[in-house]
Write a protein that binds this ligand. Structure first.
Ligand code: ATP
Length: 421
């Protein structure tokens, strides 16, 4: 385990200077009040891995809300506290946000009640976490600044690139941890150790009892990691699929769709096209059979956690069902044009990757072509003396359609054709 001086140097070198200063200020305040405070969780793990992470989670041995209030009196900003859980979020005047938790034991009066919270020690707090690599703390108290708190050998597991649960019932207690394990495997190239993986397999059926939005919270982050194909392979290895969705496509077909969608997404990202997080629902949709029945759509909708998530699925459904109602595949670029004019990138990207690709239509080519068409035709209309007004948008659309289907027409001819219509 690295010495505290080493960790203190890492903190200084790696963190944004604002954050470093804030942590040393907190350590000083803690020392003055004779309280023990620790930086914990993902930020500690990422610091040791040399990765950036600015989610500052702090555990206070004592009362997190009181400590947050001291900090606010001293440095300004404002505090939002959650009495029931004895946690607080302190927003520093510079805009940084810190979560402060009271080291605590939770116990339940009866099943399904909100936990009652009792103060306890940092060791107990860390013991309730998901994996050893996430169960380390760094002491902030001034005289012990940088001391690594590692009761469960997380540092060694980090070096060995291993994910280990802290106790055998971990996945039974919270089956979403299985999906969290896959996220860390995917992101860091780590693997679960044998024992942890077999516990994950044994407890996978417990996912059935977890609410869909809670599962969604983890699936979002899993599918939006760099390699969604890895995610689906591992979900299959662990036998989780039946406990996620009732309506499922064949595994090969799922993989094929995910591969196409991931490839198109990567190209857009490389071209700096911003994409909404709701794209994760498209990956979820890749798991259902095509054509999707109403029951399939409903099942995917049940996982949505935002209005945007529902909207993406509704747009996608409209695209898929619209095209299949027409029976004949839409192949002329102008057929697509109104869609590009009215729909957002994410449902279009998904539609093209999952359905239109089978008709040989490539989203990126269509998009480039349409973008080029749009520029030329719009400029030409203006040059021909048309003023932007209420009908201009419609005219522009018509001009672009003409230009897309008949690229050889000169701009003058297009304008003339429109005028004659
Ligand atoms: P990311 O970088 O993807 O945000 P993270 O580890 O910071 O990963 P969070 O979900 O923000 O993940 O969780 C912060 C910390 O809280 C974790 O490092 C872990 O210690 C703890 N934690 C979060 N969810 C759970 C859980 N379901 N069970 C146990 N501990 C959890």
């Amino acid at each position: 385990v690295p010495y505290k001086k080493t960790i203190a140097t890492l903190l200084k070198r790696q963190l944004n200077p604002h954050i470093y200063e804030l942590l040393t200020d907190i350590g000083r305040e803690a020392e003055q009040r004779n309280m023990h405070v620790y930086l914990i969780g993902g930020m500690v793990r990422d610091l040791l891995l040399g990765r950036a992470n600015e989610d500052i989670d702090i555990v206070v041995e004592g009362d997190g809300i009181l400590f947050a209030e001291y900090l606010q009196r001293q440095y300004g900003g404002h505090v939002r506290s959650h009495e029931a859980f004895r946690t607080a979020t302190w927003k520093h005047p510079c805009g940084l946000k810190l979560d402060l938790t009271s080291a605590r034991t939770e116990y339940y009066d009866f099943p399904a009640a909100l936990p009652k919270v009792e103060m306890s020690t940092i060791k107990e707090d860390l013991f309730r976490r998901d994996f050893t690599i996430n169960a380390m703390g760094i002491c902030l108290h001034q005289s012990e600044f940088g001391e690594l708190i590692d009761y469960f050998h997380g540092y060694q597991d980090l070096l060995n690139k291993q994910l280990k649960v802290l106790y055998n019932l971990s996945f039974v207690e919270d089956p979403t941890r299985i999906l969290r394990a896959l996220r860390f495997e995917s992101r860091f190239g780590f693997t679960m150790d044998r024992q942890t993986e077999s516990l994950a397999k044994e407890s996978a059926n417990n996912l059935l009892a977890v609410s869909k939005p809670r599962i969604a919270n983890e699936l979002i982050r899993l599918f939006l990691e760099e390699n969604p194909l890895f995610a689906i392979d591992r979900i299959d290895d662990l036998g989780i699929l039946p406990f996620l969705l009732k309506n499922r496509d064949s595994f090969e077909s799922m993989k094929q769709k995910i591969t196409r969608l991931a490839r198109a997404t990567a190209t857009l990202t490389e071209n700096s096209v911003p994409l909404s997080r709701s794209l994760w629902t498209a990956y979820l949709f890749c798991l259902t059979p095509v054509p999707a029945t109403e029951a399939c759509w409903q099942e995917v909708h049940n996982f949505c956690i935002s209005k945007e998530d529902h909207k993406l699925l509704n747009d996608l459904q409209a695209l898929i069902e619209g095209a299949s109602l027409d029976k004949q595949p839409l192949t002329a670029l102008s057929d697509w044009h109104h869609l590009f004019a009215s729909m957002q990138t994410e449902p279009l990207l998904t539609y093209f990757s999952l359905v239109a690709a089978e008709q040989g239509i490539d989203y990126l080519l269509a998009r480039d072509h349409l973008n080029n068409g749009r520029k030329v035709a719009g400029a030409d209309l203006i040059r021909a003396g048309l003023k932007p007004g209420p009908d201009f948008k419609q005219l522009l659309l018509e001009a672009e359609k003409l230009q897309l289907d008949k690229p050889d027409l000169s701009p003058e001819t297009i304008v003339k054709l429109l005028a004659d219509q």
